[in-house]
Design a protein around this ligand. Sequence first.
Ligand code: PLP
Length: 275
Amino acid sequence: MENIHAVYNGRFDNLNNIKISPLSRAYTFSDSVYEVIPFFNSLPIAFDKHILRLIRSCDALSFRVDIEAISKEISELIVKSELKNGYVYYQISRGVDPIRSHMFNHDITEETFGYVVSHTFSSQILKVMFCEDLRWERCDIKSTSLLGNIMSMNNAKNKGCDEVIMHKNNIITEGGASNVFFANDECVFTPKLSKNILPGITRELLIKKIKEAGIKVEEGEYTIDNLINAKSVWLTSSTKGLAQISEVIDQKTNIQRDHPLFKECEKLFIDSYLT
Ligand code: PLP
């Protein structure tokens, strides 16, 4: 196995040397949160924002963590990897419990794990499918409990799609692993933050850049019809950047490839973070 840099409970090692207990609550209950921190030209993108979101996820589950030590480990993983472009996956679980019990033992210590992945931030064009959002009501926590996303995304994969766009009672929430944006000729729209969506860092960075450039951007509640009638639809995430939607299967849409407003937003993002 190739030499993949990883860290487990503060100890750096190759990924294939790391062994975890089956009684880790990450394993038995998905009692864990995570972050994906991208880096480009060996420098993390929006590092502080990722750390802040990790703190919020930990606080939501009452995990006690040494965030300074974790931040250092993430930076060190990037340096040790000697990779130019990639991301760090970092996960924190409540810890290893002596028995599998829903009610956790307060004496256990949080368990941390991170590793580095090489990644090219090349632009992608995606085919997607709409689906009902099956998930729980705290999707604002970046938890590893992702069964709703996994079921929907693999259902979409079996139909030849790359991603899903989820909706709750016809109101668009987000992608399976991304936030949703769409545009007409004058304005960019994106679902407003709520407990039903993850506050994406790419979403936040892009909205700021769009506003600074004097382009109109609106955050609100949008329906499937709003999306179908849009001129351009794209998804955002730390690993995808901005990814245009070419087709929504089983739907007739007004989507145009390379719409000028999309190209302008894409350029704003690439010029700021991926150059
Ligand atoms: N929404 C979900 C469900 C995600 O899994 C992700 C990223 O993986 C995002 C949104 C985008 O978040 P970010 O831009 O911070 O990567």
